[in-house]
Design a binder for this molecule. Structure first.
Ligand SMILES: [Zn+2]
Length: 136
């Protein structure tokens, strides 16, 4: 596709030069407009190539390390917690950060959407009793 765009750009420049040589102002203007549209197409093409590369990387990551929904959060094979709001709405894997450990388990927050999640299942999985709230 990039080769095709380069060829079209080259041919358009040659036609533009001919229009100038023959003094055809209307043709020159139309070819100039065409070159502007071609530049926009090249920019869009580059953006799509980058997006495609990013999506391929995400797809490989998803296949190699799938997420499972568990006690209000998503977890990968290494038991890392990910934000369900970001994953469900934008399919982005955002690591949750622990903010508070209470008697019901750990509270996690998302650095992107700022949602907070009670992760009651974490202590159950580790086979230890939940930590008590510190006395004030
Ligand atoms: Zn989030």
């Amino acid at each position: 596709m990039a080769d095709l765009l380069a060829t079209i750009s080259s041919k358009t420049s040659a036609i533009l030069k001919l229009a100038k040589t023959f003094g055809n102002a209307e043709l020159y203007e139309k070819i100039s407009d065409l070159k502007i549209q071609l530049a926009k197409l090249k920019t869009k093409h580059a953006a799509l190539i980058n997006e495609n590369r990013k999506l391929k990387t995400e797809l490989i990551e998803s296949k190699n390390n799938p997420l499972n929904y568990d006690s209000a959060v998503y977890r990968d094979g290494k038991n890392a917690a990910f934000c369900p709001a970001c994953y469900d709405s934008h399919h982005k894997r955002i690591h949750l950060k622990p903010t508070l450990i209470s008697f019901i388990g750990e509270e996690l927050s998302c650095p992107v959407c700022k949602n907070e999640f009670a992760d009651a299942g974490k202590n159950r999985r580790r086979g230890r009793p939940p930590k008590a709230k510190p006395d004030k």
